[in-house]
Design a protein. Structure first.
Length: 66
C-alpha cells in the first residue's frame, strides 16, 4: 500500500503543535485518515464513501446498519 508523502492537520485541531489531532493524506486512489498520536495506524477509504459519510453526518441522517 502506498502511504501519503504529506499529511494535513484538521483545522478543528487548533493551531498548536500538539499530538491531539486528526490528519488526512491522499494518494492517487485512496484517502488516509489517522490520529497524530498514533501515526502508524490509519484508516483508508476512497472519495465516494467518505463523501457519503460526511454528508450523512452534516444532515443528521447517519444511522447504524443492522
Amino acid at each position: 500500500m502506498i502511504t501519503p508523502a504529506q499529511w494535513q492537520k484538521s483545522s478543528f485541531s487548533g493551531g498548536g503543535e500538539g499530538n491531539d489531532c486528526v490528519e488526512l493524506g491522499a494518494t492517487p486512489t485512496t484517502i488516509h485518515l489517522r490520529e497524530s498520536d498514533t501515526p502508524a495506524t490509519a484508516l483508508t477509504t476512497t472519495p465516494a464513501p467518505l463523501a457519503q459519510l460526511l454528508q450523512a453526518i452534516r444532515t443528521g441522517t447517519l444511522t447504524p446498519r443492522p
